[in-house]
Design a protein around this ligand. Structure first.
Ligand SMILES: Cc1cc2nc3c(=O)[nH]c(=O)nc-3n(C[C@H](O)[C@H](O)[C@H](O)COP(=O)(O)OP(=O)(O)OC[C@H]3O[C@@H](n4cnc5c(N)ncnc54)[C@H](O)[C@@H]3O)c2cc1C
Ligand code: SF4
Length: 495
């Protein structure tokens, strides 16, 4: 332990965010650049170095949290970077984007605010890039084995990096024009700027990973042909099949899926187009879906210059503290969290219909009404009880000329040629079938990430990529030294 009394005399301090008025005028990350480093050493010193660190267990990657907390508190950044990269290929992504289940499992969180684990991680990652503590690691020798990875989201990237470093010749096939998956075209740049992704891709190129962008496997290149060309194939195509809302009026113009809206906003930021044809500028926006994708739509709509934005969540409003009976420590509870986007909506007053921060809880959508010219004009909704039954007399209408559906995803698109061509079935949840060794029923074809696990988190996707790489390595060479942090059927800690 760097400071045996750190947790007693140092209160938790967050990484400050830039003022709302300033940050909604640009698309840069919301945190104040450079404001973390001066506070993070003391924050890391709050770690109690517990005998049984539940943060390890709560992190799917098994990140060695107490080890790098102590190293940061002692100002040994190089060793901290080495320990962090030992378990996490991309800590610059998780340090900004992970919901930090580790902090829910922090022993300090039993009766005090948890250690700011994610912020310490972000600081180490930044420092590692600045000081060159995470250089490219090309393999010393090549094995002569070849692997095709389909999909360049965090699962595919992590697998490709592990397999390349193990000496295999790896090509990542991506149907989009740039690699990154949801990190590229889903997640907005105010959560993570794209230079972080580009920098990592460049490092992977230097290590020898090849990227074949603009190639839709199953359409531009047959999946059987791909299998024939490589010694193994890893499918990491994500969960792109979005959930629908089949209510009257769904066909009206102005109603879009979140993953139709967010990629266009990201393309504007990347300079591909000058303006998004779905921009929320001047519009009354209703987002259906209370999750993180909905919050990303909210932050994007606010920056677009929406007239009003409301986010509908079918679940009741959670409490501010964890429900000890239903979700006891060390599980990651559903509590009322204020994301940067909600803070912006609250401070700017862009959500006149909602209580404080753009969210309407326990709200179910009944129908969409049109303006007589085929465009959506309003959303009709009703308040529901815990069993999702409508409460009488609570029906109301919200003005909306842009509706964004953020209802989640199931698995890979059923129409993807790749599945038919390989003869792969989706299971009852709509995800790819695989065995305990990440292998699909087709010999030499493996599956990882959201495509097989179902929609999840970046930290799980990286863990999936690492574990699947280990399975592929074993398949190719008969043995492996690559770590396997999770099994394909492991799930987050729960009661
Ligand atoms: C809007 C949004 C915001 C999110 N924000 C967060 C967050 O803040 N924190 C967090 O932890 N998680 C977040 N998530 C979840 C997280 O992004 C995913 O769990 C993660 O990206 C899954 O990684 P993956 O590699 O399995 O798939 P993906 O990232 O979906 O990547 C799959 C890739 O495969 C490609 N592909 C598919 N089919 C083919 C084919 N036939 N040929 C070639 N390429 C193909 C796709 O184009 C895509 O690039 C968010 C999800 C969404 C939708
Ligand atoms: S990756 Fe996520 S869960 Fe793991 S240590 Fe980092 S913030 Fe915590």
């Amino acid at each position: 332990m760097a400071d045996p009394e750190g947790f007693m005399h140092t209160p938790r301090r967050e990484w400050p965010r830039r003022p709302v008025e300033e940050r909604v005028r640009d698309w840069d990350e919301v945190a104040v650049p450079g404001a973390l480093l001066p506070i993070v050493g003391e924050q890391a010193g709050r770690c109690m170095d517990c005998g049984i660190p539940f943060c390890h267990e709560a992190c799917p990657l098994g990140n060695l949290v107490p080890e790098w907390n102590i190293l940061v508190a002692r100002d040994d950044w190089q060793a901290a970077a080495e320990r962090l990269h030992a378990t996490d290929n991309f800590p610059e992504f998780t340090g900004l984007l992970c919901p930090a289940p580790c902090e829910s499992g922090c022993v300090l969180a039993i009766n005090q605010p948890a250690v700011t684990i994610r912020n310490v991680e972000a600081a180490i990652a930044d420092r590692a890039w600045a000081e060159g503590y995470a250089p490219p690691k090309p393999p010393r020798r090549l094995t002569g084995r070849t692997v095709a990875v389909v999909g360049s989201g965090p699962a595919g990237l992590a697998a490709a990096q592990q397999l390349t470093r193990a000496g295999h010749t790896v090509a990542v096939y991506e149907r989009d024009d740039r690699p990154g998956g949801l990190l590229r075209y889903g997640i907005p740049s105010f959560k993570m700027e794209k230079y972080r992704l580009d920098r990592r891709i460049e490092q992977m190129r230097e290590e020898g990973t090849r990227f074949r962008t603009g190639t839709d496997v199953g359409r531009d290149l047959g999946a059987r042909e791909l299998r024939g060309r490589y010694d193994a194939v890893l499918l990491a195509m994500g969960a792109t099949a979005w959930r629908e809302l089949p209510v009257p009026g769904r066909g009206l113009a102005g109603i879009h899926q979140a993953m139709e809206y967010l990629p266009l906003a990201n393309r504007v930021q990347q300079g591909d187009i000058t303006a998004s044809p779905m921009s929320a500028a001047g519009r009354d926006v209703v987002i259906v879906g209370g999750g993180d994708t909905g919050a990303d739509c909210l932050g994007t709509a606010v920056r677009d210059g929406a007239r009003s934005v409301t986010q509908l969540d079918i679940y009741p409003q959670p409490g501010k503290e964890r429900d000890e009976a239903a979700e006891p420590w060390p599980t990651h509870p559903r509590i009322y969290r204020m994301s940067a986007a909600h803070e912006e909506a609250r401070d700017l007053g862009t959500a006149p219909a909602a209580d404080a921060d753009a969210r309407l809880f326990a709200a179910s959508t009944l129908k969409f009404s049109g303006d007589g010219r085929g465009r959506v004009r309003a959303v009709r909704l009703v308040e529901v009880d815990d069993e999702r039954q409508p409460r009488t007399g609570t029906e109301r209408e919200l003005a909306a000329d842009l509706v964004l559906l953020a209802l989640g995803f199931s698995g890979p698109g059923r129409g993807d040629g790749i599945l038919d061509q390989l003869g792969l079935e989706l299971d009852g949840r709509g995800t790819l079938e695989r065995d305990r060794g990440f292998a699909t029923p087709v010999p030499g074809v493996f599956a990882a990430g959201d495509a097989a696990r179902g929609p999840s988190l970046i930290v799980w996707a990286i863990a999936e990529g690492r574990a699947a790489a280990s399975a592929v390595d074993r398949h190719l060479t008969g043995t492996t030294r690559l770590p396997s942090p999770i099994g394909p059927f492991d799930r987050p800690m729960s009661v």
